[in-house]
Design a binder for this molecule. Structure first.
Ligand code: PGA
Length: 252
């Protein structure tokens, strides 16, 4: 049985003061969660999130890191810096980073390697654009993204890697993939992992769906065989919606 993971992606929202207020309301609503709950917060909110989640089962994640350990990379944060402040997870390869910050599959591969080296858990995002879906290249794109991102990653490290399927056309648009379509790609991702590693690894790898997941569509998506949780943007900033999604995951 794979565990369910419900991860919030706050993106560039909530200053530390706002995060403190938000977490003081959210955390009591999540205390009984059986699923693993991860909050991927802006760098400046890590301290307050770590402090307020102490003693709970809620994990704290970052949304990016650089692949070098240190050096002249103005504005960047390394995986070992994240580890030094006890961050548990890091999102890598999010489509917004690919689209707006020119991140390539090769850069993402280096980032995955540096995060894994620091024993951070990685939420590796993959997904096709609308053009790619309409030109029937979804599977090729997903395969290339995963093959490149995991190049040189040992079987043993896969326990620290979670894959999030996030169709770009569904992110922040209110257009969710149907559960059938999301399941089809998540199953395909599991097949890719089996081909790259083996059956035990592919059976164990946690695969999330992300893209306009909300309290209304979560049950249908999370009930799919190969969907083990969600990476949630907009709805993770709404306490009632996010805690409802966690409740739904707990009941499945
Ligand atoms: P969304 O974002 O839930 O707002 O679509 C998901 C994500 O970008 O991870």
């Amino acid at each position: 049985m794979r565990k369910k993971i419900i991860s919030g992606n706050w993106k560039m929202n909530l200053s530390p003061n706002e995060a403190e207020k938000f977490l003081k309301e959210l955390i009591p609503a999540l205390q009984i969660a059986k699923s693993e709950v991860v909050l991927c917060v802006p760098f400046v909110d890590i301290a307050v999130a770590k402090e307020l989640t102490k003693g709970t089962n809620i994990k704290v994640g970052a949304q990016n890191c650089h692949f070098e350990e240190a050096g002249a990379f103005t504005g960047e944060i390394s995986a070992n810096m994240l580890k030094s402040v006890s961050v548990d997870y890091v999102i890598l390869g999010h489509s917004e980073r690919r689209a707006y910050f020119a991140e390539t599959d090769e850069m993402i591969n280096k980032k995955v390697k540096s995060a894994v080296k620091q024993n951070l858990k990685v939420i590796l995002c993959v997904g096709e654009t609308l053009d790619q879906r309409e030109s029937n290249t979804t599977n090729d794109i997903i395969k290339k993204q995963i093959f490149t991102a995991l190049q040189g990653i040992e079987k043993n490290d896969l326990k620290n890697i979670i894959i999030a399927y996030e169709p770009v056309w569904a992110i922040g648009t209110g257009k969710t993939a149907t559960s059938g379509l999301a399941e089809e790609v998540c199953k395909y991702i599991r097949d890719i992992i089996r081909n790259l590693y083996d059956l035990a690894i592919s059976d164990g790898v946690v695969i999330l769906y992300g893209g306009s997941m909300n309290a209304k569509n979560a049950k249908d998506l999370l009930s799919q065989k190969d969907i083990d949780g969600g990476l949630i943007g907009g709805s993770s900033l709404k306490i009632a919606d996010f805690s409802e999604i966690v409740n739904i995951a707990d009941e499945i």
